[in-house]
Design a protein around this ligand. Structure first.
Ligand SMILES: NC(=O)c1ccc[n+]([C@@H]2O[C@H](COP(=O)([O-])OP(=O)(O)OC[C@H]3O[C@@H](n4cnc5c(N)ncnc54)[C@H](OP(=O)(O)O)[C@@H]3O)[C@@H](O)[C@H]2O)c1
Length: 251
């Protein structure tokens, strides 16, 4: 049974642009007020907050750099002070540096782990402790069922976040649910054009790339769900079913 999230407050990390922005608009369509976390996209965060306010939604941009411990460790506290409450945490922010098994370094692995896995866990733990009830949704990657030979540190970090999703779901039960969405080919990485994903469409059984709204729909479903926890929804046109990187040689 879905619960209403009208009047609730959601913190979306990396919420100013791309999938985070679509998630903000989808949650707002349910009547949820939005804390738009950003790091560098301050202008986009302000513009989105204005757009949400024009729809009758309360919205607050909030900055934090997840490579700086003092910034992410205080984010939940600052969100609660800013908005006066918190019900939903969407761990969407992520880095995606290009590196292979030949070029990856321990420094890069640690950076990926800190931004993509440790911070979602630290925010989740602070959320569970300070709020004590609600829903957490983590963003994974449908490639988890195969290998990502060209984003190795990122790939490690998302594997860890999948594990942490299950551990948090158990630790924070029964009052906080923790679930995840695993997107497939949705948007090209920042700086790349559509050809980046177009050339990979042949790996997708549904033969098209997804839209940020497809991911946002799944996040809204999990945020409203009363009885799902520790679950991962793949939103990837079936790509993980035929994950081609399992049978391709490492680059
Ligand atoms: N795009 C896809 O097709 C795809 C596929 C599989 C999985 N995913 C996952 O889905 C989620 C959203 O994807 P996306 O492509 O929309 O993400 P994105 O644009 O690559 O990144 C989202 C946001 O993360 C924030 N961020 C990066 N480094 C940060 C740091 N050090 N501190 C705080 N925030 C930081 C940035 O915020 P600012 O702009 O404010 O700096 C950025 O806008 C990610 O977790 C991604 O791994 C996406």
């Amino acid at each position: 049974m879905a619960q209403s999230i009208q009047g609730k407050i959601a913190l979306i990390t990396g919420g100013a642009v791309r999938i985070g922005r679509a998630t903000a608009l989808a949650l707002a369509a349910e009547g949820t007020h939005i804390i738009v976390h950003y790091n560098r996209s301050g202008e986009d965060a302000e513009a989105l907050a204005e757009e949400l306010r024009s729809l009758g939604i309360r919205a607050w941009p909030l900055q934090a750099d997840f490579s700086r411990r003092e910034e992410y460790e205080t984010l939940i506290e600052r969100a609660l002070e800013t908005a006066g409450g918190l019900d939903i945490l969407v761990n969407n922010a992520s880095i995606f540096p290009r590196e292979t098994l030949d070029s990856v370094t321990i420094e890069s692995v640690m950076e990926n782990l800190e931004v993509n896995a440790w911070t979602p866990f630290a925010l989740g733990r602070a959320f569970a402790s300070a709020v004590g009830r609600g829903a957490i949704v983590n963003l994974l990657d449908s490639r988890l069922d195969g290998y990502d030979w060209t984003h190795v540190g990122y790939f490690f970090s998302k594997q860890v976040l999948e594990l942490m999703t299950r551990m948090m779901a158990l630790k924070f039960a029964p009052s906080v649910t923790v679930n995840a969405v695993a997107p497939g080919l949705i948007l090209p990485p920042p700086g790349e054009d559509e050809s980046y994903i177009d050339k990979l469409i042949y790996t997708v059984p549904l033969k098209e790339h997804g839209q940020p709204e497809d991911i946002a729909d799944a996040i809204v479903f999990l945020a409203k769900s009363r009885y799902c926890t520790g679950e991962v929804i793949y939103v990837d046109g079936g790509r993980h079913l035929v994950e081609y990187s399992r049978s391709t040689p490492p680059l």
